[in-house]
Design a protein around this ligand. Structure first.
Ligand code: AMP
Ligand code: MG
Length: 405
């Protein structure tokens, strides 16, 4: 009991132990969720030519308020070598290169076409509706800094800059080992239960953008656990090994012993939090790479969820070169919550935003600590510190669960 550390200290130790993984080159369109490892530059001027921004006419300013002769047409995707002179206009489409000498593009709806002539409005502003070559960026200019999180917008920006492949920080490979004699992946017998943790944690891992996620099952024997660990991590390639169950004080809770036997160095065991008190965390150094991290999560599904969300996900993000944590949000409790006890409580809740933008947070209490069904529609986790005021209407700190809006 006396070795128990606070949830803040535990998170600090996890983040400290997690180190960025090596970098790798991957296709940009497969990189969403990773972070750029180096600055990316444009391979040519953007736009690469003086681009018409409207369907209309490329014109000379001298012809504003008068008529010009339409000497040609330029569609998007065509280059025209002509040089526009006073008295001439060219019909032009959005996205087409303006001919040399163009001083503005007059939108079609502002011009009146009459045979090979076009009447132009009196007010034509220099440069209107023309995006000059290089105004967005110049060839060789840095467009994105290292550490940038790759989103679909970033994929688009990289594509426009000719970066079909990018160097990113690798995603951790994750092994999940589900332990418990009573826990089965298939049809449960009368004294057995179905495995909720394995599928839930694998889904959370995928939510983080991890692609190499392996799940194995072990019984509560040393041989079975060793075999399961060998199965998922035969050559130390897994960057994070998450185990569920077997970290408490029961007779068959062998996870910490077996991990230490394999060379993992214990960082902490037990955290003053509810749920998730028995959390075990260890790391093992690797030559030329970030250390392997081992998380022994309690088997209780709610504990498992909280510990993955708060600790494992933070470590994974840091390993990927992303910010480990995001600052919490503030919302108003919809009802009074009985905190009780001396530990920090992390409670699943449903948060929604009022029309005025205020978050309203409703705790979703289950029927006991093993109930995953009643809080299943939660989109947030609320933090209650011991002794805090938790009457309805009070403000609370909460975090949106990964991928929730
Ligand atoms: P343990 O941490 O192994 O003592 O397990 C705590 C509680 O969680 C026990 O009631 C287990 O039956 C239950 N449990 C353990 N693993 C799982 C799992 N993968 N899915 C659902 N419940 C589990
Ligand atoms: Mg167990």
């Amino acid at each position: 009991m006396n070795e128990m550390i606070s949830p803040d200290e535990a998170l600090r130790l996890v983040i400290e132990a997690a180190r960025p993984l090596p970098t790798m080159a991957i296709p940009s369109n497969e990189a969403v969720g990773t972070a750029l490892a180096e600055a990316e530059a444009a391979d040519r001027d953007e736009p690469p030519f003086d681009r018409a921004m409207m369907d209309g006419y490329a014109v000379r300013l001298a012809d504003a308020g008068g008529r010009a002769r339409v000497v040609g047409e330029i569609a998007a995707g065509t280059l025209d070598a002509r040089v526009l002179i006073d008295g001439e206009a060219v019909e032009i489409m959005t996205g087409a290169p303006c001919p040399q000498g163009s001083e503005a593009v007059v939108a079609k709806e502002d011009a009146r076409r009459d045979g090979d002539r076009v009447a132009l409005p009196a007010a034509v502003r220099a440069e209107q509706n023309i995006a000059r070559r290089g105004v967005i960026c110049r060839a060789g200019e840095t467009i994105l800094e290292p550490g940038t999180a790759i989103t679909p917008l970033v994929v688009g920006a990289l594509a426009s800059a000719g970066r079909a492949e990018v160097r990113v920080v690798a995603r951790p490979r994750m092994a999940i080992v589900v332990t418990g004699e009573e826990v089965v992946a298939g049809t449960p017998g009368p004294a057995q239960i179905r495995d909720s943790n394995g599928p839930m944690l694998a889904a959370m891992a995928r939510g983080l953008g991890l692609v190499d996620v392996r799940v194995a099952h072990a019984r509560d024997t040393a041989e079975s656990l060793r075999a399961a660990l060998d199965e998922v991590d035969e050559v130390d390639v897994m960057d994070i090994v998450v185990l569920t169950g077997g970290v408490s004080t029961g007779k068959y809770d062998i996870v910490p012993t077996i991990l230490e036997e394999r060379g993992a160095r214990r960082v902490f065991h037990k955290v003053a939090q509810r749920p998730g008190k028995p959390l075990f965390f260890a790391s093992r150094a690797r030559e030329g790479n970030a250390p392997q991290l081992y998380f022994g999560l309690p088997g209780n599904p709610l504990s498992c969820h909280l510990c993955f969300h708060r600790y494992v996900a933070s470590a994974a993000r840091k390993m990927m070169g992303l910010p480990a944590v995001t600052p919490p949000l503030i919302g108003l409790l919809t009802e009074t919550f009985e905190v009780g006890g001396g530990r920090v409580v992390f409670q699943l809740a449903r948060a929604r935003r009022d029309a005025d933008g205020t978050w309203r947070v409703m705790p979703l209490r289950g029927r006991g600590s093993a109930d995953l069904i009643h809080p299943a529609t939660a989109n947030t986790i609320v933090r209650f510190d011991p002794g805090c005021e938790a009457e309805g209407g009070r403000s609370v700190l909460f975090e949106l669960l990964h991928g929730e809006r």
